[in-house]
Design a protein around this ligand. Sequence first.
Ligand SMILES: [Zn+2]
Ligand SMILES: [Zn+2]
Length: 288
Amino acid sequence: MHLRLWGTRGSCPSPGPATVRYGGNTTCVEVRGDDGHLVILDAGTGIRELGRSLVAGAQGRAIAGDVFFSHAHWDHIQGLPFFTPAFQAGNHFRLFGAPALLRSLEVVLRQQMSPVVFPIAFDDLHARMEFRELTGHRLNENGVDVKAISVRHPGGALGFRVSPPDDPSRSVVFIPDNELDKFGDRQPGAPTRDELVRFASGARVLVHDAMYTGAEYMDHRGWGHSSYRDAVDFAIAADVETLVLFHHDPERTDDALDTQLALCHEMVAERNGKVKVIAAEEGLELEI
Ligand SMILES: [Zn+2]
Ligand SMILES: [Zn+2]
């Protein structure tokens, strides 16, 4: 499988000279199955550039793919109205959300294209946009196995594990918004930390929320996000190969992120951990 990061930022797009290396676009990740099937994880502003890339690569052929939404917070959906392939007839996208989210994904995606806030209505998109519920928290089709788990986030959210059907060890786990600290136990429908560890266990790549320093986290308990330390501890407990620090705080400059990454490397060394830690960077590609 092949993974590419198109949006790495949490909460709010944050372009500018101080974020140019790690990127200012909000959450969007492309995963390609072994046979090339397109899986898109979240539709933050990063999906705009992904759309340009898909149109250029298709050279006029139809584009199809499955979009999985972790949840409908703005930073995970706001790029969809700027996703060029959605405006082209002949293309087909299936949009998957969890039935258990507080409000249906379809309602929110339609509302963000209502005339008060956007000039083009959802129904005016020319591609076939098909809403699907991820019932049973699993979809095994088109040579890609996608499993979902509820995570610890206000309003409810999902994490995903994507792998080839015949090789679950070759997995990417994507958990963009999740409060690992025990305070996260209070989130609605929160799984235990052990359940989360089992879900991510042995993954090749774990893309996980790492929004706060330890001090920042103390001011944001209950906001549904994790500290760098919690993300590193979790990756070690789940025995993953590579941890990708993700959902960067909009205020985090590239230089500040370098500093946090170095501290994460020290934490891994202190624990004699084997996990490789990198920081999510727009355009980063990994083979899985
Ligand atoms: Zn978010
Ligand atoms: Zn969120």
